[in-house]
Design a protein around this ligand. Structure first.
Ligand code: NAD
Length: 463
């Protein structure tokens, strides 16, 4: 037993024993030690959670105090910010500074934005009044890389819309979701409105995705799992929203501020040890500034301090698991491009990978096509804006991207990129802007009003 152990599930406003006594061990990826145990939920637990969410739906769907409840939830979660950063640092290995700013800070901003989102007034189209209504019981299935943000992006929007939720957090990083439940319980979120069943994807995730009484499945994770969830939901024509993988391009045009573009680009690619779906993992550089960019990227990567997430000087923590580290090292071992960074020392204990940069990467190669999800950057030269756009779009994914150069030219390139987001000259992440992917990066949008709309049905009333 450890102090972080969580033996119960949260169903119908109660901490309740799971149907099975099996547990999942949660590991600290920086030390390889077991941190805690959580229940390995089963389909029977999912049945109970869905029943509770269904029973709570009629009252919550019309509750006039949803904004106040979300506001109290925000206050309760904000009081746990330091603990959130610590727990994510322990279960995922995010360096403390980034854990505080992103892993704890971002979900609070998102929750605040939904507490503030007033329901839009009905729309009038000719003789029709168009109203928005909550879609019903939502199954939320989330990954490990931003373990609270991804949960809050779904739960806050669903609750604001009037939906009730059954959440399954990643089995690799389930602990921080319990802090959200503690906050929900303190904030008086009504019983059954938010239910949490921990467990594995093939058991609990599959039971949620295929459950006849789940009206919508909101999923963030790998494209392969997104496909399985879509199949499971198809039989009952349940709505599916998917936030999947990415292989985003950072396009550095001939007239860019190369120093800034490369520094910000490397930082973006390595954020959270590269375990970021929007990471700019392909750096596309105009041939006139290519050599300069390659040596700057190699130098920047070599300057990253890798190690203990709780050491203030650390910029790069471990990968989440041994399997993830081995997967990333497999991509590195198979690569045939020119390695210009990747041999800085890393701790022997823990799942660390040195910050790695490949130059002269073939745009069709595995390195440039597959999502690696580790600190591995691929640099690719181009000779014209047209060629840059063609390489950027040569991907099954379409989640994010960057363009650097004079604004007019950069905007023209951005307009031709087939992705859900593009940042021009380092434009800041906007937590209220629609977030989501083209192509195999997903279906639907999260965050802000567009994220809210995913959880709503639209009804037209004619007079
Ligand atoms: P994953 O697909 O393995 O797991 C995600 C979640 O799905 C976990 O909770 C897992 O238990 C569950 N799951 C696994 N198999 C399932 C099944 N058959 N049925 C139902 N649920 C199942 O992904 P991961 O390894 O946790 O996360 C990494 C991936 O997530 C990367 O590919 C990354 O790009 C993607 N991601 C995308 C976004 C985005 O917003 N687009 C954000 C973060 C991560």
């Amino acid at each position: 037993m450890t102090t972080l152990d969580r033996p119960h599930l949260y169903i119908d406003g109660q901490w309740t024993p799971p149907a099975s006594s099996e547990t999942i061990a949660v590991e600290n990826p920086a030390t390889e030690e077991v941190l805690a145990h959580v229940p390995a939920g089963t389909a029977a637990d999912v049945d109970r959670a869905v029943a509770a969410a269904r029973a709570a739906f009629p009252a919550w769907s019309v509750a006039s105090d949803r904004a106040q409840v979300l506001d109290r939830l925000h206050t309760a979660l904000a009081s746990r910010a330091a603990e959130i950063a610590r727990v994510v640092g322990l279960e995922l290995g995010t360096p403390l500074k980034i854990a505080k700013a992103v892993q704890a800070g971002l979900p609070l901003t998102v929750l605040r934005s939904y507490a503030d989102l007033v329901l839009p007034p009905p729309e009038t189209i000719g003789n029709s009044t168009v109203v928005r209504e909550p879609i019903g019981v939502v199954g939320a299935i989330t990954p490990w890389n931003y373990p609270l943000h991804q949960v809050v992006a779904k739960v806050a929007a669903a609750l604001a819309a009037g939906c009730t939720v059954v959440l399954k957090p990643s089995e690799l990083t389930p602990l921080v979701a319990f802090l959200l439940v503690d906050a929900a319980s303190e904030a008086g979120v009504p019983p059954g409105v938010l239910n949490v069943v921990t467990g594995t994807g093939p058991v609990v995730g599959a039971a949620i995705a295929g459950h006849p009484d789940v009206d919508m499945v909101s999923f963030t994770g790998s494209t392969a799992t997104g496909r399985a969830i879509t199949h499971a939901a198809a039989d009952r024509i349940a709505k599916v929203a998917l936030e999947l993988g990415g292989k985003s391009a950072n396009v550095i045009l001939a007239d860019a501020d190369v120093t800034r573009a490369v520094k910000v680009g490397v930082g973006n690619a390595y954020l959270n040890s590269g375990q970021t779906c929007t990471a700019w993992t392909r750096m596309l550089v105009h041939e006139s500034v290519y050599d300069e960019a390659v040596s700057l990227a190699a130098k920047t990567a070599g300057g990253y301090t890798v190690g203990d997430p709780f050491d203030e000087s650390t910029r790069l923590g471990p990968l989440v698991s041994a399997a993830q580290r081995d997967r990333v090292l497999g991509f590195v071992a198979r690569a045939s491009a020119r390695m210009v960074a990747g041999d800085s020392p890393v701790p022997q204990k823990g799942y660390f990978v040195a910050p790695t940069v490949f130059a002269d990467v073939d745009p069709d190669s595995e390195l440039a096509q597959e999502e690696i999800f580790g600190p591995v950057l691929s640099i690719i030269p181009f000779s014209s804006d047209d060629e840059a756009v063609a390489i950027a779009n040569n991907s099954k994914y379409g989640l994010a991207g960057g363009v650097w150069g004079s604004e007019e030219r950069a905007l023209a390139v951005a307009a031709r990129m087939r992705t859900g987001q593009v940042d021009i000259n380092g434009g800041a992440f906007n937590p209220r802007a629609p977030f989501g992917g083209y192509k195999q990066s997903g279906v639907g949008r999260e965050l802000g009003v567009h994220g809210l709309a995913e959880f709503q049905q639209v009804k037209a009333i004619q007079r």
